[in-house]
Design a protein around this ligand. Structure first.
Ligand SMILES: C[S@@+](CC[C@H](N)C(=O)[O-])C[C@H]1O[C@@H](n2cnc3c(N)ncnc32)[C@H](O)[C@@H]1O
Length: 295
């Protein structure tokens, strides 16, 4: 499977690695950004990911780059704890969301393109999408769809989910997709002009909830002062407004020590979107962290 890292040359420009720089890739995934950084100069990169499936890909990177690379299996909301030994970094990158490996592996149950047991847990532990759909109350499901997916039909979809599970459990990704499509058909909501499937927001919402993605981001950002050197660089790639809002508000609240590198956000050019459609909604922000200014 080909994995193309998003906005990789912009990530290199923002992090500006040099020989002996120490960098942290908080969303190792397929190691795309890690490898680009390791190829730029003789820097060191620590890759971190919560997904046990990333371990195998990390082994491959380790084989090639030896002591210039390490991997940690952990959630990025734990970075202060992981590096409490005193390790400090000159740059950190976050590429939020899920990887193409996770989307395309049907055993992970993230995608409605193929029929698969619905699951969506990045860490493979804790409450799954299956648990949410089959045991949460109608009101809680509607709130999840509204808060994390901004799904306008959240109440109707939640009601249809509960009606469906009275007859039989919701086991698969395609069952959930078809429930959402049915709601849109019943309500005669014409989405023909949109290229995006009507089930997309529902899947996004449940995935964000199951993985506690928004809290993970704000907790990790708040811990950065504990693991960064003075003048360290920070790069974040968000894929929807809920993620980007957290980054934007965090930077605003830390104006005394977090300085934006660019006046506005960086988005991919059309040629990158054509080569890598996943980059379509990417929003990149870069910052310099300056301890001397206050914290
Ligand atoms: C978009 S992919 C990153 C792709 C990577 N930049 C590359 O080029 O190969 C996001 C990765 O971050 C991981 N991830 C998401 N949230 C995480 C969290 N809270 N803690 C640790 N890893 C996380 C996912 O498991 C996934 O592998």
């Amino acid at each position: 499977m080909e994995h193309v890292p998003v906005l990789s040359s912009e990530i290199v420009r923002i992090l500006s690695p040099r020989d002996n720089s120490s960098l942290l890739d908080c969303t190792f995934g397929g190691g795309g950004h890690t490898k680009v950084l390791l190829e730029t100069c003789r820097c060191y990169v620590c890759g971190l990911d919560r997904d046990p499936d990333a371990i195998q890909r990390a082994h491959e990177v380790k084989k090639k780059y030896n002591d210039r690379f390490d991997f940690v299996l952990e959630r990025f909301s734990k970075i202060a704890e992981v590096f409490e030994c005193g390790r400090r970094f000159d740059g950190v990158v976050f590429d939020f969301g899920i990887s193409s490996f996770q989307i395309e592996d049907s055993s992970r149950g993230f995608s409605f393109i193929r029929e698969a047991k619905i699951d969506m847990r990045m860490s493979k532990t804790g409450t799954s999408a299956y648990d949410v759909l089959n045991s949460f109350s109608e009101g809680d499901i509607a709130d999840i769809l509204w808060i994390y997916g901004e799904e306008p039909q959240s109440r109707r979809i939640a009601s249809m989910i509960v009606k469906h599970r009275i007859k039989s459990r919701i086991e698969t990704t395609t069952q959930l997709r078809d429930i959402v499509r049915k709601v849109y058909q019943f309500e005669s909501i014409n989405k023909k002009h949109s290229k995006i499937d009507v089930a997309t927001k529902t899947f996004q919402a449940i995935r964000i909830f199951v993985n506690d993605e928004l809290n993970e981001i704000s907790e990790a950002l708040n811990q950065l002062p504990e693991i960064l050197n003075n003048n360290a660089r920070i790069a974040t790639i968000s894929f929807h407004s809920l993620e980007d809002k957290i980054v934007k508000n965090w930077a605003k609240s830390r104006k005394d020590c977090v300085l934006p590198i660019n006046k506005s956000v960086i988005k991919p050019y059309n040629d990158e979107i054509l080569r890598n459609p996943r980059s379509r909604s990417a929003i990149l922000r870069g910052f310099v962290y300056t301890k001397d200014r206050g914290l």
